[in-house]
Design a protein around this ligand. Structure first.
Ligand code: XUL
Ligand code: CO
Length: 489
């Protein structure tokens, strides 16, 4: 008996455990089915994909409008440094930044990575890429930016509306969502729009630099439409990020021909912009690689050389993304300065990478020193309008609460605001500018002026060199410069 009873008990437990396991497996399979629905769900297939835009009430209940509470606040849902209406160096903080939310990260980011499934289950998502879901997301977008206190948003055509089985169908989907965006937009504005020319398999060899003429034509049609809707929504800029405009191997690539095609594509975009009366700035966003091994718009210097070579320098500016800067082996400050001194600083995709990770992690930029140096460039540039600061940044895969979306943006905005305040202190204090001025003071002379005016020939300089003999060269004072910077952080 004693032996028998435990056996029965054990057996029934085993059965119960078996049923429970089956149930759990079913639930898991169900959740994967919901979450892992491919993002190519055809818009017309309303039954398999979500078909209802009937979201009731708020998307972010319990999250108030985010306010400035100052440094004494311990509230994670409040600004400690960003005070939109406060003037710094004669300009309101909100006008220095023109902060923008990136639709793709905030509303299409799922947390998936090459090794793992999505982790984010936003309550308003039904796991589909239907037109109804696209509209619901657009409503969520406007509630989000309104509560965050941001005036701008950025999008790719395919983030905001489902692709179609034909170009006509894709355009019709886009029109429907854009019409809703226009209706909901109110005083909010598009900082920039762009076409997604990298996800669809047709773009595997590139878009404007594809070896296939048909792909070049399709990309042109997609950009044409994306420019039209950006213009319709009152967008202030239009971005080209050439994710696959590059190569994996030079052995099978005619680089010269591809670069010529890219230039022709940009020329056609300029012509179309003028034709439709779009007054916004065209921006190119440099990135050295990822997804291609080599991307043609490698960095700010390469891109400005490309624009100059093809006579496009007056038609474009640059959208500098900080994580792209570090991928190209430069600091964000370097890329901003390169763009600025070439008259090309148009917009900033505010994010950062991880020093221990070698790819584009698109993290929110929260380093105060980096933010301060970024703002030094922006102040020197006299601001960045009609560009702004677009948070091309995403939550970490493991951050899965809806409020994390707010916390991340608030922290990003506060960090930039802190950078602005520090940069203003540095400029008002003047000692860094004085250190730099002193370094070059030998050029503030008669001969220096001749050199800078291109009027000093080698014979003239040789005469001076002989006259001056061996020189005592001054210190660069780098540590002092770093000390001055740190004193305002
Ligand atoms: C990719 C990237 C893009 C562009 C727009 O690294 O930054 O999101 O900003 O296509
Ligand atoms: Co970007």
């Amino acid at each position: 008996m004693r032996k028998f009873q435990p056996y029965i008990y054990h057996k029934s437990m085993k059965m119960k455990a078996g049923k429970l396991l089956l149930l759990l497996l079913c639930l898991k399979a169900f959740s994967y089915a919901v979450i892992a629905t491919p993002q190519t769900c055809p818009a017309k297939d309303g039954t398999a994909c979500g078909d209802s835009d009937d979201w009731k009430g708020e998307f972010f209940p319990g999250i108030p409008k985010i306010k400035y509470e100052g440094l004494s606040s311990k509230n994670p849902l409040a600004f400690k440094w960003y005070n939109a209406e406060e003037e710094i160096l004669g300009k309101k903080m909100k006008d220095w930044f023109r902060f923008s939310v990136a639709f793709w990260h905030t509303f299409r980011g799922t947390g998936s990575d090459p090794f793992g499934a999505p982790t984010k289950y936003w309550p308003w998502e039904d796991g589909t890429n239907s037109l109804a879901m696209a509209k619901r997301r657009m409503r969520a977008n406007f509630e989000f930016i309104d509560k965050l206190g941001v005036d701008w948003w950025c999008f790719h055509d395919r983030d905001i509306a489902p692709d179609g089985n034909t170009l006509e169908e894709a355009n019709a989907n886009l029109d429907e969502v854009v019409a809703l965006a226009k209706e909901l937009q109110g005083k909010k504005k598009v900082l920039w729009g762009t076409a997604q020319l990298f996800m669809h398999p047709r773009y595997m060899h590139g878009a404007a630099t594809s070896s296939e003429l048909g792909v070049y034509a399709y990309a042109a049609a997609q950009v044409k439409k994306a420019m039209e809707v950006t213009h319709y929504l009152g967008g202030e800029n239009y971005v080209f990020w050439g994710g696959r405009e590059g190569y994996q191997s030079l052995l099978n690539t005619d680089m010269e021909r591809e670069l010529n095609h890219l230039a022709r594509f940009f020329e056609a975009a300029v012509a179309y912009k003028k034709k439709i009366g779009f007054k916004g700035t065209l921006l190119i966003e440099p990135k050295p690689q990822e997804p291609t091994k080599h991307q043609y718009d490698w960095d700010a210097a390469t891109t400005s050389n490309f624009l100059r070579k093809y006579g496009l320098i007056g038609e474009f500016k640059l959208n500098i993304e900080c994580n792209h800067a570090t991928l190209s082996g430069h600091s964000c400050h370097h890329e901003l300065e390169t763009a600025r001194i070439n008259g090309l600083l148009g917009n900033i995709d505010a994010n950062t990478g991880d020093p221990q990770v070698g790819w584009d992690t698109d993290q929110f930029l929260v380093d105060i020193q980096e933010a301060t140096m970024i703002m030094l460039s922006v102040i020197k540039n006299g601001g960045i309008a009609p560009g702004g600061f677009n948070f091309d940044a995403k939550l970490r895969r493991e951050s899965t609460d809806v409020e994390d979306l707010f916390i991340a943006h608030i922290f990003g905005m506060d960090t930039m605001a802190r950078g602005l305040r520090n940069a203003a202190k540095l400029i008002e204090n003047g000692s860094l500018a004085e250190l730099v001025r002193k370094r070059y003071q030998s050029f503030d002379t008669e001969l220096g002026a001749l050199v800078e005016a291109g009027k000093a020939d080698f014979e003239m300089l040789e005469k001076k060199a002989k006259e001056w003999g061996e020189l005592k060269v001054a210190s660069a004072k780098q540590e002092l410069a770093e000390m001055i910077l740190q004193s305002v952080l």
